[in-house]
Write a protein that binds this ligand. Structure first.
Ligand SMILES: Cc1cc2nc3c(=O)[nH]c(=O)nc-3n(C[C@H](O)[C@H](O)[C@H](O)COP(=O)(O)O)c2cc1C
Length: 187
């Protein structure tokens, strides 16, 4: 199963996650910035990463995802919102709809990513009361986002991508655990 990691990034957060995802792949797996990624037809399994731009995958990622047809895919993304938010779950829920026909999304991973300080400055200048204007809550969320992706996010991304690839290969990600439990039961 020929695999590749393809990612789109503006400020580097999604690249960090892509590099963690790569660690779960066999030696020699290709990693490409979406701007120079080869035709997706050359792969069977693609780990596809994007940053959330106004509630959707960024434009470059979206254009590439549309070209991924009849493959197995693992989606990962970073966003400014909290991972346990309706906004994040909506992004995760919709992600599969951006792939080309016949592509099966095996799983996904998402975490917060530091928001571009220029965008934060612009939001701080917005009139009070708007959906993106600064409040103590949004300031706290931006400060939390600034710490991500952290080491725990990267380890979780690697684990999630590993499980998705095993499923794509028809392997059981629980096999080692089941074997250990069966051995224990015999003792
Ligand atoms: C123009 C712009 C739009 C954004 N839109 C959203 C959004 O709709 N929801 C969200 O949670 N984060 C949003 N973000 C935050 C980014 O998704 C987040 O910081 C991400 O980690 C950036 O990834 P990158 O470093 O790989 O470019 C936006 C950031 C920018 C610059």
């Amino acid at each position: 199963m020929k695999s590749a990691v393809v990612y789109s990034t503006l400020t580097g957060n999604t690249r960090k996650v892509a590099e963690a995802v790569l660690k779960s792949m066999p030696e020699g797996t290709e990693i490409h910035d979406v701007a120079s990624a080869p035709d997706p037809n050359g792969y069977d399994f693609i780990a596809m990463g994007f940053w959330v731009d106004k509630g959707h995958p960024d434009d470059k990622a979206m254009a590439y995802m549309k070209r991924i047809e009849g493959k197995k895919a693992f989606t990962f993304f970073t966003l400014g919102a909290k991972p346990a938010s309706a906004h994040a779950y909506r992004c995760a829920y919709l992600a599969h709809t951006y792939y080309g026909s016949g592509t099966e999304e095996i799983g996904s991973f998402f975490c917060q990513g530091a928001i571009d300080p220029k965008l934060i400055e612009a939001m701080r200048k917005m009139p009070a009361g708007g959906p993106h204007s600064a409040t103590p809550e949004t300031e706290a969320r931006w400060a939390e986002a600034a710490k991500h992706p952290d080491a725990a996010d990267l380890a979780a991304a690697e684990e999630a991508a590993k499980a998705a690839r095993q499923i794509a290969l028809g392997e059981d990600p629980m096999a080692a655990y089941k074997a250990a439990m069966a051995k224990k039961a015999q003792q």
